[in-house]
Design a protein around this ligand. Sequence first.
Ligand SMILES: NC(=O)C1=CN([C@@H]2O[C@H](COP(=O)(O)OP(=O)(O)OC[C@H]3O[C@@H](n4cnc5c(N)ncnc54)[C@H](O)[C@@H]3O)[C@@H](O)[C@H]2O)C=CC1
Ligand SMILES: O=C(O)[C@@H]1CCC=N1
Length: 270
Amino acid sequence: MTVKVVLVGCGNMGHAMLAGWLKSGQLIPSETFVAEPNTELRARAEKLGVTTGASAADLPAGTPELVVLAVKPQVIRDVTAGYKHLGNGQTSFVSVAAGTPIATFEEVLGDKTPIIRVMPNTPAAIGKGMMVVYANAHVRPETKKFVDELLAASGAVATVDDEKLMDAVTAVSGSGPAYIFHFIEALTAAAEHAGLPTETAKLLAMQTVYGAASLAAESGEEPGLLRQQVTSPNGTTAAALNVLMGDDRLKTLLTEAVEAARLRSIELGK
Ligand SMILES: NC(=O)C1=CN([C@@H]2O[C@H](COP(=O)(O)OP(=O)(O)OC[C@H]3O[C@@H](n4cnc5c(N)ncnc54)[C@H](O)[C@@H]3O)[C@@H](O)[C@H]2O)C=CC1
Ligand SMILES: O=C(O)[C@@H]1CCC=N1
């Protein structure tokens, strides 16, 4: 059996993408092989109907169109070496690892290998991810089209033409869902502090973030204008925004957070 796509690593991100691709029908289970050493995670992948194995040694014979590497940056060089026999050939490689530059994959796989870096995020599991792409010069237009279509099943797709920007992308949309989840946690805690029961606090925080993000996305209006529409002169929102926006407090905090993530991404790539 020759498979079309091999997914290497089916942890948080690998599984989120796989679930999105299969759900959309962009990929069918019989075309897909998952390499994952963790038995429980292999069983979880098998529930989606795909064939699995523990490592590169279990790969079905033949030449896959795409190998998607979704393992941690700390092990990606060694794991990629297991797929060296597919380098410099018809197989294209996609890496979702933070930091790891294309040059590292070219060193391991050969410098004629088509390699695409993608920075996804976990909302990909429900088709609402942000997927940002940077490809090397060996990626054929038909492969780029196939990968873009696959990624589009997981959410919005954007491209950058300077690989260095992938560190900033990682810091904004790759890690970003965690910032928003923490915002929900923090708003829930603030709601409880204001006297609301826990379940009500959770519901209000979550639905407010969901509703506001959906309105911003669907209305196409500038977030600043939508903010003004909530803010009555000298009203309650203005009182809260004075706290968040005074001295650019939240903006400064987010700028520091994104910069810390960007610098960590650069470090992970070394
Ligand atoms: N979690 C996230 O939100 C995002 C993660 N990423 C990137 O995705 C990659 C994976 O991250 P997570 O999914 O969070 O980590 P994870 O630890 O959940 O998944 C990594 C998986 O790789 C497996 N693995 C280890 N050695 C292997 C081998 N030799 N062959 C096959 N699989 C092997 C592990 O058993 C594990 O299940 C990282 O490089 C990370 O930078 C990128 C964007 C977002
Ligand atoms: O935390 C990390 O390193 C990965 C990359 C982006 C999101 N998670």
